[in-house]
Ligand binder design. Structure first.
Ligand SMILES: NC(=O)C1=CN([C@@H]2O[C@H](COP(=O)(O)OP(=O)(O)OC[C@H]3O[C@@H](n4cnc5c(N)ncnc54)[C@H](O)[C@@H]3O)[C@@H](O)[C@H]2O)[C@@H](O)CC1
Ligand SMILES: Nc1ncnc2c1ncn2[C@@H]1O[C@H](COP(=O)(O)OP(=O)(O)O)[C@@H](O)[C@H]1O
Ligand SMILES: [K+]
Length: 499
């Protein structure tokens, strides 16, 4: 887990790290520049001309160091500077003094934009030191650079993006942001996706113990955190070990949702999947998914009653394609009141709960709720447009009702009633297609059925779902559909070296 700190905390952390280790800030800057270059060299060829735009703070210092290191490796670089070296930080100037003279270093104001050409723009103008919205030459630079049809990469933070809050005005629009040690909170806001691009986090050697003294209950999940949360199943495991899951949902025209959940749960590794659907769904379910057992409610078209003997199941997920009819709401109430095991509550089950205070009171610590933004807004009855407020609201909701909350979207946010908030690193814009939420429900329910805690099921579920989305997107690009995501779930295990 990478602890997410504010810009102020990061500066203080770096100072105490440098002091304790007896390292100069210039050395840490060199490590950061090396980390950037290592990533750059793995991804880009020497045939691409690079223009590095530098401010005169430490972000600019990183940029100048990057220019030296890349040039030494045979990469063609030019430096363009905003600001006056006499105002520069000590580390910026130390780097400027050793910039090889064969590297072109021009003031930004001297650029002839008619003739300006490069393949890659690196933004090292401003980083976490940003203290006001862009104006003047920085604003001008960002506008000019954003209009270039080239690859754009930001060092640490895109210029103009505040580390901890929503952007005010313009900011550099990066295709990649290579940040150091731990992501800054605002780089995880979906609203900032167009500025941050793909986020790359590079270790610069400040180990976890230095983070201990800084208060934050927000974390960025890493692959190793997921690996250690998985259960290992032995060779003689039988289907009962992998859990008996019941998926409740479906209504006329929306049976597909529960089918997607069921298939996703099977591909995640569930032992036995049962579904509970309206009567019309029986022949359809049976003929399309042979591995799934099907039970039906009393009504033909809508879900109007609850299943018998709920204790047969290790976990229940409810909501996909279920509809919000009055009778369905009563069936939901019945299930929430009578089932004591772990549950996933999704989609229409959330929409029903949003309107019924008596149902909200039935939320327990055994439950994982999986709203997308609109569903969350319905549940909290408030505007959740602003990310800072939304993250706070998620915390408040999880603590008030004692449940785990998965707020879906780019970097889905998992909040636990203990007050910990985890941002998920996996995912892809190709998941933005109907039915992928139903897939997530099946994946999370499967882990609950396999005996994972609510917290671990939520973390592992969201991570694998996002990774499956990435893998499906690599093959199918914008043609990706929810079924493609399901088919990639097994590959996520292979990818992580899990059996
Ligand atoms: N401190 C350290 O030891 C390390 C810092 N690193 C780099 O240092 C960066 C932070 O450096 P700084 O603290 O010098 O900050 P920046 O380089 O981000 O910016 C600082 C300067 O920009 C000015 N400024 C702020 N907002 C402005 C605006 N809107 N328009 C014009 N000028 C503006 C400030 O007054 C200040 O002079 C990080 O983002 C990272 O790139 C890395 O080298 C890793 C190690
Ligand atoms: N741009 C995106 N980047 C990352 N993940 C995304 C993106 N868009 C959607 N997702 C993920 O896809 C899923 C969509 O869920 P949801 O909105 O409930 O879809 P549906 O109701 O169609 O099943 C969520 O897990 C969400 O996190
Ligand atoms: K930058």
């Amino acid at each position: 887990m990478l602890k997410i700190l504010s810009a102020r905390q990061i500066k203080s952390l770096e100072e105490s790290y440098l002091e304790e280790k007896g390292i100069l800030s210039l050395e840490l800057m060199e490590t950061a520049a090396e980390a950037f270059c290592q990533w750059y060299m793995q991804n880009f060829s020497r045939r691409q001309d690079i223009a590095i735009f530098c401010g005169t703070g430490n972000n600019g210092g990183d940029g100048i160091a990057i220019a030296r290191l890349l040039s030494r490796q045979g990469y063609p670089v030019c430096v363009y500077t905003l600001g006056d070296a006499k105002d520069g930080t000590a580390d910026y100037n130390s780097n400027l003094n050793i910039l090889p003279t064969n590297i072109v270093n021009k003031p930004f104001s001297n650029i002839d934009w008619e003739r300006f050409r490069c393949h890659v723009i690196i933004d090292a103008m401003l980083g976490i030191g940003l203290n006001k919205p862009l104006e003047g030459k920085y604003l001008d630079a960002v506008k000019k650079l954003n209009s270039q049809k080239t690859m754009r990469i930001a060092v640490d933070m895109p210029t103009g993006l505040p580390s901890d809050k929503l952007v005010d005005g313009e900011a550099f629009q990066a295709h990649y942001t290579v940040t150091f040690q731990t992501p800054k909170l605002s780089a995880l806001f979906p609203e900032h996706a167009a500025y941050v691009g793909d986020l790359v986090v590079k270790d610069i050697g400040i180990d976890g113990k230095y983070f201990n003294g800084y208060e934050s209950s927000r974390y960025f999940v890493e692959e190793k955190d997921i690996l250690e949360r998985h259960k290992i199943f032995h060779k003689a495991s039988h289907k009962g070990d992998f859990g008996k899951v019941l998926l409740v949902g479906g209504s006329k025209g929306k049976l597909g949702a529960i089918m997607l959940s069921a298939k996703a749960a099977l591909r995640t590794g569930s032992g036995l999947i049962s579904t509970f659907v309206p009567g019309f769904g029986l022949p359809i379910m049976q003929s399309s998914i042979h591995e799934v057992m099907v039970e039906t409610c009393t009504g033909n078209d809508i879900l109007d009653s609850a299943p018998e003997n709920l204790d047969r199941f290790d976990t229940i997920a409810i909501g996909p394609g279920m509809g919000t009819d009055e009778k369905t709401a009563e069936a939901l109430k019945n299930i929430l009141e009578s089932y004591k095991g772990k549950m996933v509550i999704d989609a229409d089950a959330l929409n029903i709960i949003a309107k019924r205070k008596d149902l909200k009171e039935l939320i327990t610590s055994q439950m994982i709720l999986t709203p997308h933004l609109k569903e969350f807004e319905r549940m909290v009855g408030d505007d959740v447009k602003y990310p800072e407020g939304r993250i706070e609201k998620a915390l408040e909701f999880s603590q008030t009702y004692g449940c785990v909350l998965i707020l879906k979207g780019l970097h889905s946010l998992i909040t636990t009633p203990a007050g910990i908030q985890y941002f998920n690193p996996t995912g892809s814009q190709f998941l933005a297609t109907g039915g992928t939420g139903d897939v997530l429900t099946g994946v999370v329910a499967s882990y609950l059925g396999q005996g994972y805690s609510v917290e671990n099921a939520a973390l592992c579920g969201v991570y694998h779902h996002g990774l499956a989305g990435q893998l499906a997107g690599e093959d199918q690009r914008r043609g990706t559909i929810a079924s493609d995501v399901i088919e990639k779930i097994p590959e996520t295990y292979k990818n992580l070296g899990l059996s």
